[in-house]
Design a protein around this ligand. Structure first.
Ligand code: BGC
Length: 422
């Protein structure tokens, strides 16, 4: 069976600056990786050197026939000290966008993908009430400089993960706090950051489409697990959705499904945990930290990805449906979907099954406008280092040689034919 996609459907791949460029020394992540006792498996180092190799990387994506390249601009490079914009760094990102256009690729720019300049982090990062305005000032600079080279912007990548990963002891993200009140404050600041960065893009370049991108999970809960699940989904998704009504599109980023099943006997305890603030503050951060420990363990279990996630390609259709319920009528783009695996055949199946489920959402009338696969290249997977392979293209980090995997050709063909064969 052949599933055809709408003629203007966007097909793309994604990366983020810190994960591919290398030597992002002015960022909070770099400092975090080099801290004694850092939870990060290995430092990012020279990554896959995309800062210097962007032209050939972009040409490779064009040769593979994948027309959208979502990459991020690095705030720590563009504004290495407060208020001083580095003209060379800005020229670099113009050159990246130009390189895309020269080979017929559509650049989709993420303005902030997880990292902060060290000076912003030193002032309190996402706990500081000034950070949203600082982000907006940086965005204005970048968007003005990129001018008519870029028609697609994503504001803050996965604000839910930034707050969850950094402020509640989960996932080994900086600054490594373990505090429920800080989690809440970070969420509020990130919400303000979403609003201000969107408004900045709209003012600086009204012709561009601007959206936010959200880490969404297909949640499943039994009756006892429902209050806990709703609390989590609220912190990870709903609080951010509440400020995204004026986005041009909603970016959905989904990797798996999460079951929240609580045995009946402890269900009242789980409910009180969510309802009573002192209990929540005392127990939840520790619980979250414990539960996050299994992420990235690698796994030989059938049905479990190297991230320790359930293999569930069609989870993305469930989250697209949820985004549509929250934002009826608004355009949706899957801005990330992918799998960490050393078995590329599994990646091919993941893409095929994921796309089949997404096709059905379009048939059902949901305005899904594109699919961007994470990731174009194997790269630095944050606290897990280089162990996780999400790429369509493998990279030998000693020689920096790029080798497209069969999944890269598979996905390129889908993009070219605008259809997937089942
Ligand atoms: C992030 C990426 C990350 C990917 C795979 C998303 O949460 O945006 O930076 O590499 O998931 O874990």
């Amino acid at each position: 069976m052949r599933l055809e996609f709408p003629s203007d459907f966007l097909w793309g791949t994604a990366t983020a600056a810190h994960q591919v460029e290398g030597n992002n020394r002015n960022s909070d992540w770099w400092a975090w990786e080099h801290r004694p006792g850092s939870p990060v498996a290995e430092p990012s180092g020279s990554a896959i050197e995309q800062y210097g190799r962007y032209e050939s990387d972009i040409r490779l994506l064009a040769d593979l026939g994948i027309p959208v390249y979502r990459f991020s601009v690095e705030w720590a490079r563009v504004e290495p000290t407060a208020g001083d914009f580095d003209a060379e760094a800005v020229r670099h990102y113009r050159a990246v966008a130009e390189a895309c256009r020269n080979v017929g690729l559509v650049p989709m720019v993420t303005l902030n993908h997880f990292t902060l300049p060290v000076w912003v982090a030193a002032q309190g990062g996402w706990l500081n009430a000034d950070t949203p305005a600082l982000l907006a000032r940086y965005c204005a600079h970048v968007v003005t400089a990129l001018d008519d080279l870029v028609d697609w912007y994503c504001t803050i990548n996965e604000p839910g993960m930034v707050a969850f990963g950094g402020y509640v002891g989960a996932l080994g993200f900086p600054p490594g706090s373990l505090s429920l009140p800080e989690w809440d404050t970070a969420i509020d600041r990130l919400c303000e950051g979403l609003v201000r960065s969107r408004e900045t893009v709209k003012t600086a370049r009204p012709e561009a489409a601007v959206g936010s991108t959200h880490a969404m999970v297909e949640y499943e809960a039994n009756e006892g697990g429902r209050p806990l699940m709703e609390f989590f989904r609220g912190q990870m998704e709903d609080r951010f959705f509440a400020v995204c009504g004026d986005d041009d599109f909603i970016g959905v980023q989904t990797y798996t499904r999460q079951a929240v099943n609580v045995p009946r006997i402890v269900a009242p305890l789980a409910r009180s945990l969510v309802q009573f603030d002192p209990l929540r503050r005392a127990v939840l951060p520790r619980l979250i930290r414990r539960l996050s420990r299994h992420v990235g363990g690698g796994s030989d279990e059938p049905g479990v990805t190297d991230m320790g996630y359930e293999y569930r390609p069609e989870a993305v259709a469930a989250t697209v449906r949820r985004a549509h319920e929250v934002f009826p009528g608004k355009d949706i783009i899957v801005t990330e979907h992918g799998i960490a695996t050393t078995n590329d055949e599994e990646r091919v199946s993941f893409i095929r099954e994921g796309l089949a489920s997404l096709h059905q959402t379009i048939v059902d009338g949901i305005p899904l406008k594109g699919y961007v696969h994470w990731s174009a290249f194997d790269n630095f997977e944050w606290a897990l280092g280089y162990g996780m392979q999400f790429g369509l293209i493998s990279v030998n980090r000693s020689t920096q040689e790029r080798t497209p995997k069969p999944s890269a050709h598979y996905f390129g063909t889908i993009a070219q034919e605008n259809a997937v064969e089942l």
